[in-house]
Design a protein around this ligand. Structure first.
Ligand code: CUA
Length: 322
């Protein structure tokens, strides 16, 4: 399922070995804070470990040399090693806090995209109602993600933008960024959310100036340009059905779509039903109403998230899988 094979640092192919590309307005500032803290830590690490090794060798126990009592304390030394780190911590707090404020305060008039995370798929909903499993954004414009979860905790992370935020069931969280480079970047879930957490991975497409709206208009009308069965195939992939339902007969979290239509299936109540249009429709909208025997009841509802024409398209697609 991996679209991009992540490199050593789980970042974009365009990145170097050290950090991913800086493709948002806050990236350089975040990296600045990181480098600042990193090099201070490095300085102390080298200084302390270096002094330690030096003393170990210089004052090692040698035959014929009496061990000395520990020297009395040195006020100046103690003041120095207290005050210097104190001042450094104040500076670290200041640079960290100012960057945090920049990242937390979203600018007025940001373009709003709703994000719904569910195990194990992302849906991004645009202001016109269109939903995609890839995040598309315009370049050089602040974008605000309003995020919620259908089930457990997830976390949205875009390394190239240096933004990350948890998505918590029962409340909205948000984050904003402004992409500064057109291209395709990785988007990860960084909260362990179950068996296929590591498959909960998609991409962000940053559209060059003026091309975002054209893309959105075209993408929103995809059902009109395809046959229902073709449209259904797109929806099954895009809306996350394929994460749990195979089309080749193999058993995944849910039943396979292969030869599903028209078969008779046993429910966990012991009843037997025939899989027809009504059963598929009900199972999409109320997955737990008539659950199949032998499967865990984990499917989230698509009530309010799939339009009738989209459900029709999915049924038409399932019919073709004979
Ligand atoms: Cu969703 Cu990990």
């Amino acid at each position: 399922m991996l679209r991009n094979v992540p490199n050593l640092f789980l970042a974009d192919a365009a990145s170097n070995l050290w950090l991913p590309s800086q493709s948002s307005s806050v990236a350089a500032e975040v990296d600045g804070v990181f480098s600042f803290i990193f090099w201070i830590s490095m300085m102390f690490f080298v200084g302390i470990v270096g002094a330690l090794l030096y003393f170990v060798v210089r004052y090692r126990r040698r035959p014929g040399v009496e061990a000395q009592r520990t020297v009395h304390h040195s006020l100046w030394l103690e003041i120095t090693w207290s005050v210097v780190p104190f001042l450094l911590l104040i500076v670290i707090f200041f640079v960290g806090f100012t960057t945090f404020v920049t990242m937390a305060a979203e600018p007025e008039g940001a373009y709003e995209i709703r994000v719904v995370a569910k195990s194990w798929v992302w849906s991004f909903q645009y202001p016109n109602g269109y939903i995609d499993d890839v995040l598309h954004v315009p370049i050089d414009q602040p974008v605000k993600l309003v995020m919620s979860s259908d089930d457990v905790m997830h976390s949205l992370f875009i390394p190239a933008f240096r933004v990350k935020r948890d998505i918590i069931p029962g409340r909205y969280t948000s984050l904003w960024f402004e992409a500064t480079e057109a291209g395709t970047y990785d988007l990860f879930c960084t909260e362990y959310c179950g068996t296929k957490h590591s498959d909960m991975i998609t991409t962000v497409v940053v559209h060059p100036s003026g091309e975002f709206q054209t893309w959105l208009d075209k993408a929103s009308n995809f059902l009109e340009t395809m046959s229902p069965a073709e449209g259904g195939k797109v929806l099954v992939k895009r809306r996350g059905c394929a994460q749990c339902h195979s089309v080749d007969g193999s058993k995944m979290v849910g039943p396979s779509f292969l030869k599903l239509y028209g078969q008779s299936a046993s429910l966990d109540t012991g009843d037997t039903i025939t899989v027809d249009d009504n059963y598929i429709r009900e199972s999409i909208l109320e997955p737990q109403a008539k659950a199949r025997a032998g499967y865990r009841k984990v499917m989230p509802t698509y009530q309010g998230q799939l339009k009738d024409e989209e459900i029709n398209a999915i049924i038409e697609y399932i019919k073709t899988l004979k």
